[in-house]
Design a protein around this ligand. Structure first.
Ligand code: FAD
Ligand code: EPU
Length: 343
């Protein structure tokens, strides 16, 4: 029997802690249940363009701005299975509902390298390819072999290899052509038995040095990332948020030079031929860090994170985000784009 609820609150299912209702909510625990959902009378209201259907994982990258009049499918497909192993690597298939941090813990405890820098990112394995999660110099795209899911328009199963996923910085085909059109049910990952530490980003080296670690194990790296993250990012269990609200803008060399002339202190990080400007810095310079209006706020330890101090509505958070976006544009001429999915 599938788990289905009508007129139900989505409060337990989003990390911003927004209390809105959904007309219909299905919990999907294995692929076999999908046929039952498709045949359910409630599913008939889903329009052809799927615009009134929402696929949810842990709800850690969404902002719900109104009651959802449509169908929500929450992916809870479990299981990690070994597909291939040799002396250099393993290939694993994980159910889309596996909690990402459980996947990281599984890998780190077995000395499988590749996702240790992605420690403590909230959410599910199935959402990892959607925005190509990344942190501390590593992206999920680096280990994803393929992504499998159900394609609603053709009512068939689809597998995309890494290249077909068209991964970019916080981007993939699942945010464009396949947005809401494919329900990801499993992801295949290739993890290495050879440790190639990526320590050059965001203070990992310093965090290891603090503990006098010169030859870090996977567990040491994972612990260091966890410590850095806990110091900077709010825990959604105590303060509602969805991580970085905006993406870091990326500019070319000429644009950077122009910006540097007007703002000599501007921060940037080189990325191939381009430069990433930390949106957190732009927002802080624009005076928003620590700002609070009602229960909607800009986090005082990381300006890129918007927070819900209790009973902010999605609209109030969105309003604050729009004000921040406008003021960053007025001051720097840079358009910052939301990373969070606004529903
Ligand atoms: P949801 O929020 O439920 O969904 C996100 C999007 O993916 C939605 O559009 C949804 O429709 C779609 N989706 C979800 N599951 C599926 C599926 N099975 N099939 C098809 N579409 C699907 N992100 C980073 O990249 N790096 C970070 O360092 C990072 N740090 C964070 C820290 C905090 C404290 C928080 C709260 C969030 C952070 N995030 C970070 C954002 C978030 O963790 C990721 O985007 C995560 O992948 C979202 O997973 P989810 O299961 O919660 O997805
Ligand atoms: N900064 C400020 N003020 C702030 C925050 C940041 O000046 O309030 C500047 C500092 O110069 C700092 C720089 O911004 O050195 C970068 O800050 P941080 O290392 O905290 O990273 P970020 O660019 O703000 C990105 C990701 C995070 C990811 C971290 C670590 C995006 C949009 N965000 O944040 O991902 O965890 O790097 O790799 O790319 C997420 O996507 O939800 C997320 C949390």
């Amino acid at each position: 029997m599938i788990r289905y609820r009508k007129d139900t609150s989505l409060l337990p299912f989003n990390t911003f802690g927004i209390d809105v209702k959904a007309d219909h909510l299905f919990h999907l625990r294995d692929r076999g249940e999908l046929a039952e959902i498709l045949a359910h009378p409630a599913f008939r209201i889903v329009s052809e363009d799927m615009s009134n259907m929402l696929i949810l994982g842990q709800g850690s990258n969404i902002l719900l701005t109104h009651d959802y009049s449509g169908v929500v499918i929450r992916n809870e497909i479990e299981g990690i299975r070994l597909l291939e192993e040799n002396e250099d690597y393993v290939v694993l298939e994980a159910g889309a509902g596996v909690i990402w941090q459980d996947m990281v813990a599984y890998a780190v405890s077995r000395n499988l390298a590749g996702i240790e820098n992605l420690t403590l990112i909230p959410g599910t394995v199935g959402a990892a390819p959607v925005q190509n999660i990344g942190a501390y110099g590593v992206e999920a795209a680096g280990v994803i072999v393929s992504v499998t899911g159900f394609h609603f328009a053709t009512r068939g199963w689809l597998t995309l290899d890494n290249k077909e996923c068209r991964f970019g910085y916080r981007d993939s085909i699942f945010k464009h052509e396949l947005r809401n059109r494919m329900l990801i049910t499993s992801v295949v990952l290739k993890l290495s038995k050879v440790l190639r530490p990526q320590l050059g980003y965001g203070g990992i080296r310093e965090a290891l040095a603090e503990r006098n670690i010169t030859h870090p194990s996977l567990m040491d790296i994972s612990d260091a990332v966890a410590r850095i993250r806990r110091a900077k990012l709010p825990d959604p269990a105590t303060l509602g948020n969805a991580g970085s609200f905006f993406k870091n803008p990326v500019v070319g060399e000429k644009e950077l030079e122009t910006l540097q002339r007007s703002f000599p202190g501007i921060r940037y990080f080189r990325q191939d031929e381009l430069y990433k400007i930390p949106a957190g810095w732009l927002i802080e310079q624009a005076g928003w860090k620590g700002h609070r209006h009602g229960d909607a706020g800009c986090y005082d330890r990381q300006a890129l994170v918007l927070v819900n101090y209790g009973s902010a509505t999605g609209e109030e958070i969105l309003h604050l985000a729009e004000e921040i976006k406008r003021s960053v544009y007025e001051r720097f001429g840079i358009n910052i784009e939301a990373e969070v999915n606004i529903i």
